[in-house]
Design a protein around this ligand. Structure first.
Ligand code: DSN
Length: 426
């Protein structure tokens, strides 16, 4: 038989890349990953998103494509959509009224599609400023969304660091934005979607909820849902929702066609069908008791970690958390967020340095770190491990001596060994 090319395993074809992947797998297994936007996709999600579906082009939408051969792809996309509709449509009397688009390549393209659907270049838009916990794509000056549109950022209050709804209303009345974003990347508190709805109604704006960070909590009923409140909802699919790297848009039926046209052909070509399949699997997994227990652990673990850190003299923005993340102001500990994050990494605990609201320091050397509990909760860690973790974090804040960090890293490895991570083979 003739040898077919392209049928050999990765380790044979490209040992360099195979070994880098293996190393990353080991890193993910041996470290406590606290980056609030990361997670462990399940083995089933990884299988679907690493499948032959990557080979197929499918511009268009199910049963309205520009290429033939869509017999199975159409079914994959329809399953992804109907599962997300059932998962997120619960607040509606008829969940089928929730329109779903699973084609955005990720969260930023999903958000850009919302601009394309509803706003013309130069028109005013409002979002939470990046320094206050908002996302780049909510109108930050360095993003296309701050360059092509007139961006009016709102902020959090100086005293309690919670979103200042009085300021949102005042700015909205003054600038009459076409679009108001309600969504965050570094905000530890519950979002008040009905309050944003009433402000958007007062000024005739489209209300867009970006639930990228919290969509897994929304799916599990652990954060209020914007469905039935916001006109349009965007999310990544890989954070708390625990799917593959991807994006989705949910919207009211009256916005379905403008949203679909904005995604394709407005912004993108062919959807990433392998990702769509992974999203479908994640949406199925999100209906299981396992997922409900994992989502509850996320919130419980964040609260335990918050109280343990507070009792050890750490300062938390807003004083605590309602969701999956904590923003820690390192000022009282006398160390900047960046050197602290670097020391934690050597100690086997991975997070990101992050600005705190009204940060007196520069963005590349800010006062805080952002930590989140999705990864540790996916591994099944609970209150005992959070207490131990707070102890490690306290020790690293007190000493960044290499021998201290290396000793903690060994303890972290030992602790992680008891909690195998979903999706990994080590
Ligand atoms: N990079 C994501 C985060 O870490 O929050 C947002 O896009």
């Amino acid at each position: 038989m003739k040898n077919a090319t392209g049928r050999s395993p990765l380790a044979e074809v490209d040992p360099e890349i195979a070994s880098l992947i293996k190393n990353e797998e080991r890193r993910e297994a041996e470290k406590i990953r606290l980056i609030a936007s990361e997670n462990y996709a399940s083995r089933a999600v990884l299988e679907a998103s690493g499948s032959c579906l990557t080979n197929k082009y499918s511009e268009g939408y199910p049963h309205k494509r520009y290429y033939e051969g869509q017999q199975y792809i159409d079914e994959v996309e329809e399953l992804a959509k109907s599962r997300l509709q059932a998962l997120f449509g619960k607040p509606l009397s008829d969940p089928k009224q929730l329109h779903v688009n699973v084609q955005p390549y990720s969260g930023s393209p999903a958000n850009l599609a919302v601009y394309l659907a509803f706003v013309k270049p130069g028109e005013p838009v409002m979002g939470l400023g990046l320094p206050a916990g908002g996302h780049l794509t909510h109108g930050h000056t360095v993003s296309i969304t701050g360059k092509f549109f007139q961006s009016i950022p709102y902020s959090v209050r100086r005293d309690d660091h919670r979103i200042d709804l009085d300021e949102v209303r005042k700015l909205a009345k003054e600038h009459r934005p076409k679009l108001i974003w309600c969504g965050t990347t570094a905000y530890p508190r519950t979002l008040d979607f009905p309050a944003f709805r009433s402000i958007a109604d007062e000024v005739g704006a489209i209300l867009a909820a970006d639930i990228a960070h919290i969509s897994g909590l929304v799916a599990a009923g652990l954060h209020p849902s914007p469905v039935g409140i916001a006109d349009v909802i965007t999310s990544t699919t890989h954070k708390t929702l625990r799917g593959p790297r991807g994006g989705m848009i949910l919207c009211k039926p009256e916005h379905a066609s403008v949203i679909d046209r904005a995604v394709f052909p407005g912004l993108q070509g062919g959807p990433h069908n392998h990702t769509t399949a992974g999203i479908a699997v994640a949406a199925k997994e999100a209906t299981t008791p396992d997922f409900a227990a994992y989502a509850k652990r996320i919130v419980d673990n964040a609260k335990t970690l918050a109280s343990e850190l507070l009792s050890r003299g750490f300062s938390l923005v807003t004083g605590g958390t309602d969701n999956h993340l904590l923003l820690v102001d390192m000022t009282p500990k006398g160390i900047g967020g960046k050197p602290y994050a670097q020391a934690l990494d050597r100690a086997g605990i991975v997070c990101n340095y992050n600005a705190i609201p009204f940060d007196p320091r520069k963005p590349m050397d800010p006062s805080g770190v952002r930590i989140g509990t999705p990864c540790v909760s996916s591994r099944g860690m609970g209150a005992d491990e959070m207490k131990r973790l707070a102890g490690f974090m306290e020790q690293v804040a007190s000493s960044q001596a290499p021998e201290v960090l290396d000793r903690i890293a060994a303890e972290v490895r030992e602790m992680c060994a008891g909690f195998p991570a979903p999706g990994l083979t080590v």
